[in-house]
Write a protein that binds this ligand. Structure first.
Ligand SMILES: O=P(O)(O)O[C@H]1O[C@H](CO)[C@@H](O)[C@H]1O
Length: 300
């Protein structure tokens, strides 16, 4: 009988023991015990270069880890300290369009949770849908539309493992409101508030960029930016109780006009990340500098 995305064969899902084996192996490679994980988007891996006391581990050496296949994603974990926080940075993420299933794409997030991570920072390159956005703007993600999840391709499909989280997790609080406010306030303090906005990120499957009708449809649905990542990682992070802060760098505007001759392309995406990478790094550093090291103290 044919299987569907909602009933992925057990072999495609990962067991608690798989995640534990990876976490144990990582613990054996470094004494660092990160509380913050950062997933770097396309062309945004430079953030990992900012860490101090770096321990770099290529994905190819990590048991059960997938490999990156996309230009702009280096394929290594970097442990280190940033603004007083013990961090682990993914210099390169995984996408379903690379051929990985939703369980593999989100595999690192559960490993991070087992390592003791409490806060997940996600960054991505995204196409702008909101007509008030410009190329080079930074969008603080306040919510998402998980398009693969809505049609049943959700990394939480399958038997629930209560050791990670509940069967039916809430997503109305996916992006931590206090961290969002801290991010907005930090952006203003750094004088970059004019190009920092809040908005809704829509994850699509890719690897095709949107047709004009798709771009228009996503805008009508309420998306401000679109990309091919992030939402699945956030769903798994929230399931295991991590706090999430997300950033989209608007690398191109989605074409929604039949008279336009613009054509979305990955080279443009990577070029724009070069233009704004310093600002985004400065913003993340500024937020971490003000975030209590122990997340339990965050709102005291
Ligand atoms: O979401 P990240 O990994 O930043 O990458 C974005 O950039 C690529 C397209 O140029 C896609 O992978 C899209 O998701």
């Amino acid at each position: 009988m044919a299987t569907t995305a909602t009933t992925a064969p057990a072999a495609h899902r990962c067991s608690y023991e798989d995640y534990e084996a990876t976490a144990d192996w990582l613990r054996s490679q470094t004494e660092q015990r990160p509380k913050v994980a950062i997933i770097c988007g396309s062309g945004l891996g430079g953030l990992a270069e900012q860490l101090e006391n770096r321990v770099v581990i290529p994905y190819k050496d990590i048991p059960n880890f997938p490999q990156t296949t996309v230009e702009g994603h280096q394929g290594q974990l970097v442990f280190g300290t940033l603004e007083g926080h013990q961090c682990v940075c993914m210099q390169g993420r995984f996408h379903t369009y690379e051929g990985y299933d939703v369980y593999k794409v989100t595999y690192p997030v559960r490993v991070f949770s087992l390592l003791g991570v409490r806060t997940l920072v996600v960054t991505n390159a995204a196409g702008g849908l909101n007509s008030s956005f410009s190329v080079g703007d930074i969008m603080l993600i306040k919510d998402h539309i998980n398009m693969p999840g809505l049609v049943g391709n959700n990394p939480l499909c399958g038997p629930n493992d209560d050791r990670f989280g509940v069967r039916f997790p809430c997503m109305s609080d996916a992006y931590d409101r206090d961290l969002l406010a801290l991010a907005q306030q930090t952006a203003e303090g750094q004088g970059i508030g004019a190009f920092v906005h809040q908005g809704v990120y829509c994850m699509v499957g890719g690897p095709t960029f949107e047709s004009i009708a798709e771009g228009r449809a996503l805008r009508t649905l309420g998306a401000d930016a679109v990309g091919m990542s992030t939402a699945l990682e956030v769903v798994v992070a929230r399931h295991c109780g991590l706090r999430v802060l997300g950033f989209s760098l608007i690398t191109n505007m989605v074409v929604t006009d039949y008279d336009s001759t613009l054509k979305a392309n990955h080279a443009e995406v990577l070029d724009t990340t070069l233009m704004r990478t310093q600002d985004l790094q400065g913003l993340v550093r500024g937020i971490l500098a003000q975030m209590p090291v122990d997340p339990e103290d965050l709102y005291k």
